[in-house]
Design a protein around this ligand. Structure first.
Ligand code: DC
Length: 676
């Protein structure tokens, strides 16, 4: 997951390959709640691992449920309908799928078994309405205190032992603000439905019906059938008891699929195909119907059980995309993706019946309108609609994400602006990319796995300098701050030297050394060098490895053999490369080149400190002399001698520690970027 302050997406041009979706948020949190309420143990496979499921798991633990997680499955041992603890304070982040059903379930259990529970969340959660659910629960006889503003969390639910609820009269709940109120009641009522049936009647038109269908489907999996009369009246049979299905598999998230369906429609051209695994024609999620809307806009979609395959439509028929007018009540979350597809359509797209967008993670109508305008689109919006005409001039925008995962995922697709005719194509900066952790922590990694672009579009920052100038630490921190890959090119020379030492290759056998370099199986896992499956961090830093590396790096044959490998590190979303010739030879087109010029006395002092801290004794004079020999060697060799590129920025970091050096280079980088 990217936890950087922002993530810059370079212009992207194509998409191809297979993605596997994380589990559905709606199904995961309902299954967790049901498994926590029923008797016995439920083994849940393919559970979504995200912020919203974490808060639900934490809540279940706090309530005394058994929770065991392994790589294969999550095992939940439920309460069997009986409270194991009489009081708890639950923090539910911004997870509506946890707040609403837990409020209802705890309210009815506290009212009949006794107890007191507090439920709160992040500030935005306290702006998301829950009043209709609270009122419905009060009709039943539940005690609920609104601890902040009336109608909003935080809430306290409480009750006395052997309290009574009035389940004989039909309860009424409004269905036009959030369908989660009805879902929450349907999930809670089986806990208190005994001799007589419980009936829920929906007032006003029910929105987002497919989410209620997920609830009914999962209730059935846990042994409770609900009789449904249209979308107005729901009856839970007397004597309903939750029973664990034993084992259950969560299907992939259909709302998350929408980004990749859109991606296929936009960028899987000329024989490319985007295959999406984890969700398909057999899905129980309403958002799966997003693909019909995508088809209407021009996508070619094939589907089967558990999979979808998406291609761009034929020129003139499905490409450019067709603008549509659509009532999106049945796909409220995925419909946001249509708003971004509209950027690639001819004409004006109008999405209607989306008032529920206003009470989601953020006011999504306002947020979407404002960010699409930032990109250059013409947008008009009203209480329950949005209308989008694509930009004639694309702007290089910094897009805000409002702590809303879907804003970040949707707007990432704007990086394909070249396909919508942007001239020149522009990068897109996504603020706070971490927000995707709510439902799809690896979204950007997954996107970069299938998105393609010309290597020249992928930004490179070159950090060159002499030995012990601190370029390695600087480059690593910089890469981390930007979410970019890091190439420590010195490690490639050192690894070649290490292979030579291991295989007793003579230090002047140039051909043998070049073939070792060409076949180098070196990878980096979380920054650690792995050579032929072994972590070689320490071995690469040994003195004799470094000495040999210095010697063999003067051979043009070795340098050439490592050239291609170095280029292959230029991957999305960007690269920070450090070495001696990053800016001059390997990445001469790097967008920013920095050359470190710390003096040799200061570098000797740092290297000496490093050695001492590792328990290696050395005299500072000897270290200094050795550095100067290496400098001379690096500067005087015939190929790729150490020297700053003509367009490099010289940075004397003699008196700078690592953080201010990083800050300096980040400032330089910002001034090089085309964003406002
Ligand atoms: O930066 P370092 O000390 O890990 O580099 C090891 C050796 O490799 C060093 O003697 C110089 C050489 N090298 C090079 O010639 N070109 C690079 N791009 C990186 C390192």
């Amino acid at each position: 997951m990217y936890t950087t302050r922002f993530l810059d997406l370079p212009p992207l041009t194509h998409a191809d390959g297979t993605v596997r979706l994380p589990g559905s948020k709606s199904i995961s949190n309902r299954v967790l709640l049901l498994a926590g309420l029923c008797k016995g143990t439920t083994i849940v496979r393919d559970l979504l691992d995200s912020d919203d499921t974490q808060v639900m798991l934490d809540a279940l633990r706090d309530l005394g449920c058994g929770v065991e997680q392994s790589a294969q499955a999550t095992r939940i041992t439920g309460l069997g309908g009986r409270l194991a603890t009489r009081s708890a304070t639950l923090f539910l982040g911004n997870a509506g799928t946890a707040m609403r059903p837990l409020t209802a379930a705890l309210a009815v259990m506290a009212a009949t078994q006794g107890g007191e529970f507090e439920l709160s969340g992040v500030p935005r959660m306290h702006e998301r309405p829950i009043g209709d659910l609270v009122q419905a629960l009060r009709q039943l006889g539940c005690h609920i205190d609104e601890l902040g503003q009336a109608g909003y969390p935080p809430l306290r639910v409480r009750g006395a032992q052997q309290g009574q609820l009035n389940t004989s009269a039909p309860m009424r709940v409004r269905g036009d603000v959030s369908s989660q109120f009805l879902s929450a009641l349907l999930l809670a009522l089986p806990l208190v439905t005994h001799a007589t049936p419980s009936v829920v009647e929906v007032e006003a038109d029910l929105i987002s019906k497919p989410y209620v269908e997920i609830t009914l489907n999962l209730l059935a999996r846990f042994g409770v059938t609900v009789q449904r009369d249209g979308w107005r009246r729901f009856t839970i049979a007397p004597g309903s008891v939750y029973r664990s299905p034993g084992e259950l598999r969560v299907e992939g998230d259909a709302s998350s699929a929408s980004y990749f369906i859109a991606l296929g429609a936009i960028a899987a051209s000329e024989g490319r195909c985007l295959r999406i695994e984890g969700v398909g024609s057999d899905s129980i999620q309403g958002d799966i119907r997003f693909f019909e809307a995508a088809r209407a806009m021009g996508a070619q979609v094939a589907s089967g059980p558990g999979w979808l395959e998406v291609r761009r439509g034929a020129p003139g028929a499905g490409w450019p995309l067709r603008a549509i007018t659509l009532d999106c009540n049945h796909i409220p979350d995925a419909a946001m993706t249509l708003a971004v597809m509209a950027l690639f359509a001819q004409g004006t797209t109008r999405l209607t019946n989306i008032a529920s967008w206003r009470v989601k993670e953020t006011d999504r109508i306002a947020a979407m309108a404002s960010e699409l305008r930032r990109l250059g689109a013409t947008v008009s919006d009203g209480n329950d609609f949005i209308e989008i005409t694509p930009p004639t001039h694309w702007r290089c925008a910094v897009v805000r994400t409002y702590d809303d995962h879907r804003m970040a995922m949707c707007l990432s697709l704007a990086a394909f602006n070249e396909l919508a005719g942007a001239q020149p194509a522009v990068p897109v900066r996504i603020m706070d990319p971490r927000c995707v952790g709510k439902t799809f922590p690896d979204y950007f990694e997954t996107l970069f796995h299938v998105a393609q672009t010309e290597p020249s579009n992928i930004p490179v920052i070159a950090i060159d300098g002499p030995t012990a100038s601190g370029k390695g630490s600087l480059a690593a921190s910089l890469a981390q701050a930007l979410g970019y890959h890091h190439l420590d090119s010195g490690a490639l020379y050192r690894a070649t030297a290490l292979r030579a030492l291991q295989s007793n290759t003579a230090p002047d056998d140039v051909n043998a050394l070049a073939s070792l370099a060409a076949g180098l199986a070196l990878e980096f896992h979380r920054g650690s060098p792995i050579l032929n499956g072994r972590n070689v961090s320490d071995a690469l830093r040994l003195e004799n490895t470094g000495t040999l590396a210095s010697r063999i790096s003067a051979y043009p044959e070795v340098r050439n053999a490592l050239h291609q490998l170095q280029l292959s590190f230029r991957r999305l979303p960007g690269l920070v490369a450090d070495g001696r010739d990053m800016g001059t030879v390997v990445f001469p087109d790097a967008e920013l080149k920095v050359f470190l010029t710390a003096g040799s006395a200061e570098r000797a002092r740092r290297r000496h400190n490093q050695l001492i801290s590792k328990g290696i004794s050395a005299s500072i004079e000897a270290v200094h002399a050795d550095l100067e020999v290496r400098d001379a060697h690096d500067q005087q060799r015939a190929v790729a001698p150490l020297r700053p590129a003509q367009d490099a920025v010289l940075l004397d970091n003699s008196n700078l520690t690592i953080e201010p050096s990083v800050e300096r280079v980040l400032q330089l980088w910002q001034s090089h970027r085309p964003f406002d």
